[in-house]
Design a protein around this ligand. Sequence first.
Ligand SMILES: *Cc1c(COP(=O)(O)O)cnc(C)c1O
Length: 400
Amino acid sequence: MSKKLAIHGGEPIRTEPYPTWPMAGAREEELLLEVIRSRQWGGYNQFVGKFEKLFAEMHDCRHAVTCVNGDTAIEIALHAAGIGRGDEVIVPAHSFIATSSAVSRVGAIPVFVDIDRDTYNISPDRILEAAGERTKAVIVVHFGGIMAEMDRIQQVAAQKDLVVVEDAAHAHGAEWHGKRAGSIGLVGTFSFQNTKVMTAGEGGIITTNEHDIAARARSYGNCGRRQGAGWFDHFILASNYRMTGFQAAVLTAQLEKLPEQVRLRRHNAGLLMKSVRTPGIRFQTAPAGANVQSFYIVTCAIEEKEFGVGRDEFIEAMKAEGIPCAPFYEKPLYKNPMYDNLAHRVEPCPVAEEACGHSFWLPLATLMGGEEDVLDIMRAIEKIHAAYKPIERSAGLAVN
Ligand SMILES: *Cc1c(COP(=O)(O)O)cnc(C)c1O
């Protein structure tokens, strides 16, 4: 007795939209007004330095350096870590393009390695296999806000003498054994782009415990200047990547909300994972050390044979039921046209390629409401499964 799916003209599970993202209120407005009235709107507004301190503290780091976006943050981090021409940098085969394009922009060579099937994060074993003579660094992405296996990765990095860069664009507030994302590798990077868990529309930040790394990062993003030297003394080829006071003001307000929002998403994601028992649906799993996830997105795999319908039809059916839902990255990074003429080796990454075909994600807004909003996701998944479930299964049930 399956109910008619909304995609086939039936009643949808819900018509009410999920909360919109980003979320802002009186606090953002109040702080923005302060910046407008200050007459110092650029990177030397007091909010910028204050926000850097607050963010560093919240992420268990001694230093934080703001910049224009998360993509540039990776470039700055690599530069600060001394990565450059001819060096190889290991990156996960699937991520946003910034993870690998930043490598190329400092003159280094991205080496794509496969992910783990269950955690969707870079596989420590594959890092070990891929690290060669010229490999100087590995960029780890904490996908969806679930930390990568940092103990093993740190071990492999030490063995192969690699710098660890954490691309924590999804992972503000996430933890590994009680330590925040961005504080474990030599350097961490975050994005404040419009969809991220804290945002000023655009923006980025670099975190580190090393004074020298922070100083190099600051110089690279501030026209090659050095602390203590003159305004018109430029020591390295660099650029102006400074964050504005407006961004820092909005981010100060966003940071105040982050802990409560992470708590809410953890609660709601926990409820979702507990209540979805449908065969053929598998959530991204967190390794044992990942004790806090930020839940930037909820990533799932769908097994067509068990569930009854494939990923693309499933997503359309979910959207018709009123649940926002999107496909995973379409292809691994190395299949982008920009890499068509790469001079160096690209080993295929079968796990990442498979994930691209059968995974999807729920955006963070779906976790920003109440429990009933979360249970609607479960109800939609069950309804779709009931409508499509494999023949053998329904035949079996009919006999009982
Ligand atoms: C968003 C994102 C970035 C880059 O952020 P921008 O601020 O948009 O430049 C980098 N890495 C990952 C994994 C991201 O999702």
